[in-house]
Design a protein around this ligand. Structure first.
Ligand code: C2E
Ligand code: CA
Ligand code: CA
Length: 395
């Protein structure tokens, strides 16, 4: 039996993009050394390109032998790397194919190992997977979706829904969150939870995110021209988009091109996006704030527990995560967390919005504890912009 291991490093592009190619190159060399040290002389280790390595175990007795090597790789690659006085980390996603059962020739073996590697990525990275026949079908589906996504971006085939944020105390809408929608030609409506991760991994999120931002700005203007008050519009920014070079500059350009006031725009970032790397990116965030853009922390309470960044980065708003809001009225732990977040925001003078308000119980709890701005199905579902035009008459 022969085993082919397809090894891809997790998050390597981020290291390359944020710390530079020299650091990336040094890291690849260390990875190569570690891989070589794990195999016998008769085995082969090769770099395919980028952060992809291939390993050929030429004489194995059982599949378990390949699994044991893969296990060693996972442990070894995850050890920290000391590069230019910096401690860096990565992890591998490994796909394994076996000759003769998985494929009969070298190209097919590599393809199968590559397919299995994708499954390792999808299974949360930092693990290995053996190739199975059904994987092929799933990979085809994913490629199909990726292809469809690329076409949709080229043809600008995305739409936005807008979900209102109500200030219950004032008795009116104060803003909207823009949520991207994609109707696939054959498969119909595909939820963002399915295609945003693909857009992230393939890098398409940068273009998609810009298109969303531009559409949101144009909608804001259209509403304003139609005599509606200047609602604040919140736009989601994904990690990859934020870490892509020149994000603040791109936002500035889009605001200028569309003639939108920065003060109407709120950008939603998650805690993990902000805290993945600190330092230079914080400057960019402060730049955005200096332009007058509001910064909100999405899904607050689910990420890191470090809170010092709230003041350091002068965060404008916290969005209390749905997972806590959903439990209000049933679960005392969630209630304790929500009331603590409300107190924290009040003390630090940060605005709040509770997400996923579906029930009267949640609404009442939030009101009683002083969180008056709410977003959720109880108050309004995400709908196309036109559905909200008529509310202009209410003001
Ligand atoms: P999110 O930013 O946390 O957005 C809120 C999600 O909760 C939306 O799902 C919204 O429809 C849903 N929601 C709102 N109120 C309720 C409620 O009362 N109950 C329940 N059960 N759900 C509620 P959606 O539109 O499917 O979006 C899912 C996620 O996809 C978003 O989570 C966001 O992370 C991402 N996403 C959506 N649009 C964009 C975008 O333009 N760019 C990026 N980067 N991500 C986006
Ligand atoms: Ca959001
Ligand atoms: Ca959220």
């Amino acid at each position: 039996m022969v085993a082919v291991l397809f090894i891809d490093l997790d998050g390597f592009k981020l290291i390359n993009d944020t710390l530079g190619h020299e650091v990336g190159d040094a890291m690849l060399c260390s990875v190569a050394e570690r891989l070589e040290s794990l195999v016998r002389d008769s085995d082969t280790v090769a770099r395919m390109g980028g952060d992809e390595f291939l390993m050929l175990l030429s004489e194995i007795g059982h599949e378990e032998d390949a699994a044991r090597v893969a296990e060693k790789i996972v442990t070894s690659i995850a050890e920290p790397y000391q590069i230019n006085d910096q401690e860096l980390r990565t992890s591998p996603s490994i796909g394994i194919s076996i000759y003769p059962q998985d494929a009969a020739d070298e190209n097919a073996l590599i393809r199968s190992a590559d397919t299995a590697m994708y499954h390792a990525k999808a299974a949360g990275r930092n693990n290995f997977q053996f190739y199975t026949g059904s994987m092929h079908e799933q990979v085809l589906q994913r490629l199909d979706l990726e292809h469809g996504l690329r076409l949709a971006i080229e043809n600008d085939a995305f739409e936005l829904d807008f979900q209102p944020q109500y200030d219950v105390d004032l008795g009116r809408i104060t803003g909207f969150e823009a949520l991207v929608r994609w109707r696939h030609g054959e498969r119909g409506h595909i939820p963002p939870s399915e295609f945003i991760p693909i857009a992230e991994e393939s890098g398409m999120i940068v273009q998609l995110g810009e298109a969303v931002l531009r559409k949101a700005c144009l909608q804001m203007l259209a509403w304003h021209k139609a005599g509606m008050p200047a609602f604040r519009i919140a736009v989601n920014v994904s990690a990859r988009q934020f870490w892509d070079g020149g994000f603040a500059e791109r936002v500035r350009e889009i605001l200028e091109q569309t003639g939108t006031q920065a003060g109407w725009l709120e950008l939603e970032l998650t805690e993990s996006t902000l805290l993945q790397h600190r330092g230079e990116k914080e400057k960019e965030l402060l730049e955005l704030r200096a332009m007058g853009i509001k910064i909100a922390i999405d899904d607050f309470g689910t990420g890191y527990s470090s809170l010092s960044y709230l003041k350091r980065l002068a965060i404008d708003r916290l969005k209390i995560d749905q997972s806590f809001v959903r439990e209000l009225g049933h679960d005392s732990d969630s209630e304790a967390i929500v009331s603590a977040i409300i107190k924290l925001a009040q003390t630090l003078n940060i605005e709040l919005v509770a997400e996923g308000v579906e029930t009267v119980e949640a609404h009442d709890f939030l009101m009683a504890h002083g969180c008056t701005v709410m977003q959720g199905f109880l108050l309004g579902r995400p709908q196309q912009a036109a559905a909200w035009n008529s509310i202009a008459k209410c003001y």
